[in-house]
Design a protein around this ligand. Structure first.
Ligand code: HEC
Length: 133
């Protein structure tokens, strides 16, 4: 009886995990395409260097404006000093309209109007940890 139960459990859990994984991967893959809009100013990955904007490796979950060798605006520095952290929720808000979120930001990007695009690009960014850079 127990063996049957174990088999049933394995059968039920595995597909569920596979679905969760593949949807994360799909979101990140879609995010990679959206990130093309950011690439004029930002890089990610092992060879990333600052452009107009800072390298974004490890940005998800990190405090705002803490990359040492990047010259942030006073606005972004002030948000960092207040203790703001780039949680996915904060990024969702920032990326919708950077200038509304942080008046005076140097990020001259209109924003991503579609919630889904923001979610996807955040999922993509979350695949790059700080050590990648
Ligand atoms: C025209 C150039 C430009 C584009 C396009 C752009 N950014 Fe930025 N980004 C910047 C600059 C400059 C800063 C620094 C802002 C400041 O100091 O006020 C920045 C800051 C950021 C930060 C905060 C980094 C930190 O360390 O606190 C994030 C996150 C970010 N950008 C994400 C994105 C994403 C995602 C996109 C694409 C959807 C994007 N940016 C498009 C120029 C750009």
């Amino acid at each position: 009886m127990n063996r049957i139960l174990t088999a049933v459990c394995a059968f039920v859990t595995l597909p569920v995990m596979a679905v969760a994984d593949s949807s994360d991967q799909e979101a990140a893959a879609a995010g990679e395409r959206i990130f093309r809009k950011c690439q004029a100013c930002h890089m990610v990955g092992a060879d990333a260097v600052h452009k107009t904007g800072p390298v974004l490796n490890g940005v998800v979950g990190r405090p705002v404006a803490v990359v040492q060798d990047f010259g942030y605006s006073d606005t972004l520095r002030a948000l960092g000093a207040e203790g703001k952290v780039w949680t996915p929720e904060e990024l969702m808000e920032f990326l919708a309209k950077p200038k509304d979120y942080a008046k005076g930001t140097k990020m001259t990007f209109a924003g991503l109007r579609k919630e889904e695009e923001r979610a996807h690009v955040i999922a993509y960014l979350a695949t790059f940890i700080a050590e990648d850079g």
